[in-house]
Design a protein around this ligand. Structure first.
Ligand SMILES: Cc1cc2nc3c(=O)[nH]c(=O)nc-3n(C[C@H](O)[C@H](O)[C@H](O)COP(=O)(O)O)c2cc1C
Length: 187
């Protein structure tokens, strides 16, 4: 039998769904650019207010955080066209405990690069490859947030995300994560 739980906000409004999905925005950042992106992704992931959203630096993350989440956005600086060694090490070390046990979660990616064409999209692909290896269902977005500015493989931007389009791309991938988490985990 399906269990129905109705949650009531403090302002008396009911929250849609049986339960809240857990969303993790996990990032690495050496000089703060990916961290800023993560903060906008976090903002987007809070859009519906239906889910519990946590923002976490990879330095502070544990396997419990990965177990906890239903959906994840993983961000890394573009380092030689790949995710950073720290982010890779984190997932390498999660492997023993989590690999084969967390299939079916959803995931997406974002990355700050040094300059246009510096490899942020292939960095996103390297993040998605890691997530796929753990059995995550990964996604991009067909959306354009400005003329000739999209996020097909995740949100990407050179340097700090200060332009409106960069901020909107980060928020949009977060909104997508929120949307898909509602769709797949909040029945
Ligand atoms: C070891 C290392 C490798 C890098 N490799 C690339 C690269 O391949 N392509 C690129 O565009 N930028 C590269 N960069 C620049 C960073 O991606 C860029 O400065 C980014 O904005 C840093 O993000 P952060 O502030 O979150 O650390 C590299 C930086 C470092 C330290």
């Amino acid at each position: 039998m399906k269990q129905i739980i109705i949650l009531i906000n403090i302002d008396g409004k009911s929250i849609k769904g049986n339960f809240m999905a857990n969303i993790l925005v996990l990032y690495d950042s050496n000089s703060g650019n990916t961290k800023k992106m993560a903060e906008y992704v976090f903002e987007g992931a809070n859009s519906s207010g239906n889910n519990v959203v946590k923002l976490l630096c990879v330095d502070d993350a544990t396997t419990e955080d990965i177990n906890w989440c239903d959906g994840i956005a993983v961000g890394s600086p573009t380092n030689m066209g790949l995710l950073s060694w720290k982010m890779k090490k984190f997932w390498d070390e999660c492997g023993n405990e989590l690999w084969g046990k967390i299939d079916g979660k959803i995931g997406c990616a974002f990355s700050s690069e040094g300059g246009w064409g510096g490899g942020a999209e292939i960095t996103c692909m390297s993040i998605l490859t890691v997530l796929m290896n753990f059995g995550f269902l990964v996604f991009g977005a067909t959306d354009y947030v400005a003329d000739k500015f999209t996020l097909h493989y995740g949100a990407t931007n050179p340097g700090s995300p200060d332009s409106k389009q960069a901020i909107d791309a980060c928020k949009r991938i977060g909104q997508k994560l929120d949307h898909w988490a509602n769709k797949y985990f909040n029945k």
